[in-house]
Design a protein around this ligand. Structure first.
Ligand SMILES: Nc1nc2c(c(=O)[nH]1)N[C@H]1C(S)=C(S)[C@@H](COP(=O)(O)O)O[C@H]1N2
Ligand SMILES: [Mo]
Length: 203
């Protein structure tokens, strides 16, 4: 018995259908989705930086070279877009939050993280979601540098949330004691965004 045609298809493709949240279907492709335009940078990323601010003892600004000197992880995971496509087994690699946390001295008052991206895009998550297995500041997907459309040079990856929380063209993380809705959350997307609870929209 299957909950849906999509679940049956996932099984036929050789996957455990429990990996497919309610209302999602599996795609082999990797669709591109965002508001606004793709960020453009010079090839050497001159002028690019990544900032950590807010509830930290030592606010931090790293250039591209400094960021790439930090420890790295690679984690294969499933992504679930609120527009109903799911893609299994993308291997993201990049810098785990734990490496950054040590450098900045994250305060116990840091309960929420706001991702800040180009053009004022933001996304909010409880800070513990940055500490989960698979959460990272990703530079690569499936072994290659991110393409421009998928967030080159850096995007956040937040497992356990719909993919809109995984901000592309990431330029900073702000740690806060209070929560603050991000770009899509202010437009009515669900603050918590758990795909297995179908937390798609606020209303
Ligand atoms: N900077 C930025 N990041 C963003 C978005 C955006 O509009 N701007 N959209 C989000 C949404 S709604 C989704 S579904 C994913 C899509 O990522 P992809 O294009 O790599 O599939 O990016 C997320 N990250
Ligand atoms: Mo999305």
């Amino acid at each position: 018995m299957f909950r849906s045609k999509a679940e049956k298809k996932a099984r036929e493709a050789g996957y455990d259908p429990a990996r497919l949240p309610e209302g999602q279907y599996l795609t082999e492709k990797w669709p591109v989705l965002h508001a606004g335009s793709v960020a453009k940078y010079p090839k050497d990323l001159a002028g690019w930086d990544f900032k950590v601010s807010g509830e930290v003892d030592k606010p931090l600004t790293l250039d591209w070279r400094q960021l790439n000197e930090l420890p790295r992880v690679a984690v294969t995971q499933d992504i679930h877009c609120v527009t109903r496509w799911s893609r299994f087994d993308t291997t993201f690699s990049g810098i785990p939050w734990s490496a950054v946390r040590e450098l900045v001295g994250q305060r116990p008052t840091a309960r929420f993280a706001i991702a800040h991206s180009e053009a004022g895009f933001t996304a909010n998550v409880p800070v513990e979601f940055l500490e989960r297995e698979g959460a990272m500041l990703a530079t690569h997907a499936d072994g290659d540098p991110l393409t421009a459309e998928h967030g080159l040079p850096l995007r956040l990856i937040v497992p356990g949330k719909y993919f809109w929380k995984s901000a592309k063209w990431l330029r900073g993380i702000e740690l806060r004691s209070d929560d603050q809705p991000g770009f899509w959350e202010r437009l009515g997307y669900h603050n918590d965004a758990d795909p297995f609870e179908e937390q798609r929209f606020q209303f």
